[in-house]
Design a binder for this molecule. Structure first.
Ligand SMILES: [Zn+2]
Length: 461
């Protein structure tokens, strides 16, 4: 058993490569050492670079089209119903730990997005932040839930409650408590469980970016030098590096170590109220003029005058109202491409509030995915190449806003996350061109398991 191959993965949601590799490298001794001794570099995320589907894409080596979900919320049918949340129940492709399980290897999987509801494996699964609350069965085996609370040095916290809050001090405190307790569980299980593969995902970095980016980034519109939270993100990175160091100390020496993130972070310049834009352009008609800014409900849309509508989020999904597809579709099927191209062009041309170009990118699903399963949006939009988010609400009176319509949020996701890898014969040094899809084949190769048919990545050499 002594020389059994092991892989340990630190999954750090939203870990931003420029901060780890450049800006704060000297403040992060444990991560810097991993960089010196291993391979490292930026890692291209999924399109869109969103937690769901990114982690599952990483662990299955399949793109969002193959997975059949295009973000957290997806259309279940072409009816005008509200979107559903794609939790683990919708994952059909085999994850790394399921493949290992089939090969009689055991895994500990802690908080990896879309691991709720937990599916049985050879090992332990602890549900991710999609767990509704701890009264749900969120672990496999179920009994392990009790153990978590007893070893977490306080009640185990799956995720902070509301990261889009104005109570920043409380949010900061909650993030630290959550992370401290998660690492306590990790250290305990590294020693007490029998595992070949161990992976956990810490959400704290994502939450602190969204909550505190304005205080950290001198380029943020609301940056204020000397603010009490100016170094909140940096200090948390330093803290995280120490926690990572404490785990590294207790890992068996033959363990191959990976540090990965699902996407990075960047300043959010503002939000585009995509549905206000569609209303102005005559693409979307409401039954009634909204009296105040409110969420767009499909029940409030006058379909007879609507060609398309959009969803809010870090990126936008545009849905078209097509004859014979949607119940009250008005775009003739034969005109679908023409109208789609017209909408694409209008969105690409929409600048900031002064008309200056912002570099919006618009994608057609069939052009960016290998397959398009389930119901994809008709268009996927990166406003300002993700420098702007999409606000789905209507009635705000303008197309551009600097306040997020779902609560204060300063950061958007960036297209590149990061990876580091030490051990398993990987040569040290910087790598370019690594993709999120390369992680699963790399892990399987380490265990001598051929990659699953249809995996789209290749192992990191
Ligand atoms: Zn994420």
């Amino acid at each position: 058993m002594e020389n059994r191959k092991k892989v340990f993965v630190f999954g750090i949601d939203c870990f931003e490569p420029s901060l780890v590799f450049e800006q704060w490298k000297k403040d992060l001794p444990n991560l810097s050492k991993l960089m010196e001794e291993g391979a490292w570099g930026r890692m291209e995320s999924t399109l869109p670079p969103i937690t769901v589907p990114a982690w599952t894409a990483m662990m299955t080596s399949k793109d969002p089209g193959q997975l059949g979900f295009y973000g957290f919320r997806n259309r279940k049918s072409y009816d005008y119903e509200e979107l559903y949340f794609a939790n683990g129940a919708y994952v059909r492709e085999k994850t790394v730990w399921q493949i290992l399980s089939r090969n009689r290897m055991s895994s500990v999987v802690l908080g990896v997005p879309q691991s709720y509801p937990p599916k049985p494996i050879n090992g332990i699964v602890v549900g991710c932040f999609l767990t509704p609350d701890k009264n749900s069965v969120y672990t496999y085996p179920e009994e392990i839930a009790k153990e978590i609370d007893s070893i977490a040095e306080g009640d185990y916290i799956i995720d902070v409650k509301d990261f889009r809050t104005d109570d920043k001090s409380k949010l900061l405190e909650q993030i630290y408590v959550m992370t401290r307790r998660r690492f306590a569980v990790v250290r305990n299980w590294v020693k007490s469980k029998d595992w070949d593969f161990f992976m956990f995902v810490e959400m704290g970095v994502d939450r602190i970016h969204h909550g505190f980016w304005r205080y950290h980034d001198v380029n943020h519109r609301l940056y204020e030098k000397g603010h009490e939270f100016e170094f909140a993100i940096r200090d948390y990175y330093i803290y995280l590096d120490r926690e990572i160091g404490k785990v590294l100390e207790i890992l068996p020496p033959e363990t191959t170590i990976l540090v990965v993130s699902d996407h990075g972070a960047q300043t959010m310049d503002g939000a585009v109220c995509v549905n206000e834009f569609f209303r102005r352009e005559g693409y979307l008609r409401l039954k009634e003029e909204p009296k105040k800014q409110q969420k767009l409900k499909t029940s409030g849309i006058d379909w007879s005058g609507t060609k398309c509508w959009g969803e809010g989020g870090y990126y936008s999904r545009i849905f078209m109202n097509v004859e014979g597809r949607e119940p009250q579709g008005i775009i003739p099927k034969a005109d679908y491409e023409k109208v789609r191209d017209e909408i694409k062009k209008k969105l690409e041309e929409l600048g900031d509030e002064n008309g200056n170009p912002i570099g919006t990118k618009v994608f057609k699903p069939e052009e960016v995915y290998r397959e398009v399963k389930n119901i994809a949006p008709d268009l996927i939009v990166y406003f300002g190449n993700l420098g702007w988010r999409s606000a789905g609400s209507v009635g705000g009176g303008s197309i551009h806003t600097h306040e997020n319509d779902t609560g204060p949020d300063d950061a958007n996701h960036a297209r590149f996350g990061l990876f580091m890898m030490k051990g398993g014969g990987v040569k040290p040094g910087k790598r370019d061109g690594v993709k999120i899809y390369d992680i699963a084949p790399t892990i399987l190769d380490h265990f001598g398991i051929p990659e699953e048919k249809g995996m789209i990545g290749s192992k990191i050499e």
